[in-house]
Design a protein around this ligand. Structure first.
Ligand code: 3PY
Length: 259
């Protein structure tokens, strides 16, 4: 994951992902090997429970790309389970203040000399399973390797974005454009044509880059993802399971009906 983000920083192509909201090991096994850098398992809006999250993290990691999990809300116990499952990164929605960002970092870091305020509990079963020395290697490296991404997706978050971006331990800021538009009083899905949302997006991107962090933006197809990459975002999804399935099936059906 980090390599793909560094590639994006160098201008050699975006860190590309897929977004999944359906449950199931089979789905993860199907999407995992398609060639993207990461797959985001959406436990905020998707129909994915804790057990499925565990199955999907393992399936995606073993297919050679990075499993990232978006949790429903900023709860330390949820972060703990996702990290213990072996996610390479965690995405936390609706981060609005520096204090919230600091609390997220504390929950995701094991206590250590560097992260003296870390409170992550040391019981990971699966996260450490593929590491040497009975998981000792994982315990020693997770604080540096597991990435923390917060979503900036409200008017309040935009007001505080410079402070949030500078919180030590936050690796990436990811714009949720639908919620951002919604928090500003617009219809969520109209976000790309609303100047106020696009202005906020520019401010978030600048704050993120100024702080030396990775910038991500939600997208649903290659064209939207490429546009965000050209604007300077490093991390973009180019598809989502629900969109792919419904678009393909309804298109084929309409074609057949029209014959
Ligand atoms: C948003 O667009 O608000 C998101 O969080 C992406 O699903």
């Amino acid at each position: 994951l980090r390599d793909s983000l560094e590639r994006a920083k160098r201008g050699d192509g975006p860190s590309i992902g897929q977004w999944i909201e359906f449950p199931g090991y089979t789905l993860a096994r199907t999407v995992g090997p398609l060639g993207q850098d990461w797959v985001l398992i959406d436990c905020e809006h998707g129909n994915i429970d804790d057990n499925d999250m565990y199955l999907q993290v393992g399936a995606i990691a073993s297919s050679g790309c990075s499993p990232i999990v978006r949790i429903p809300s900023s709860e330390p116990w949820m972060m703990k389970r996702v990290l213990d499952a072996g996610a390479h990164a965690i995405m936390v929605p609706m981060c609005e203040t520096k204090e919230q960002a600091e609390a997220i970092v504390r929950a995701c870091k094991y206590p250590s000399n560097t992260w003296t305020k870390g409170i992550r509990g040391a019981g990971a079963m699966f996260a450490s399973a593929n590491f040497n020395q009975n998981g000792r290697e994982y315990l020693l490296s997770a604080n540096d390797n597991v990435m923390i991404c917060v979503q900036i997706e409200s008017r309040k978050a935009v007001e505080n974005v410079e402070e949030i971006a500078n919180v030590d331990g936050i690796d990436m800021l990811f714009i949720g454009p639908n919620d951002l538009a919604s928090s500003m009083g617009y219809v969520a899905f109209d976000h790309s044509s609303i100047p106020e949302v696009q202005e906020a997006s520019k401010r978030i991107l600048k704050a993120t880059l100024d702080a030396g962090k990775y910038a991500g933006h939600f997208a649903l197809n290659a064209e939207a993802a490429a546009k965000r990459y050209e604007q300077g975002f490093h991390f973009v999804n180019c598809g989502a399971d629900i969109v792919a399935l419904t678009a393909w099936m309804s298109n084929e059906m309409s074609t057949l009906k029209a014959l």
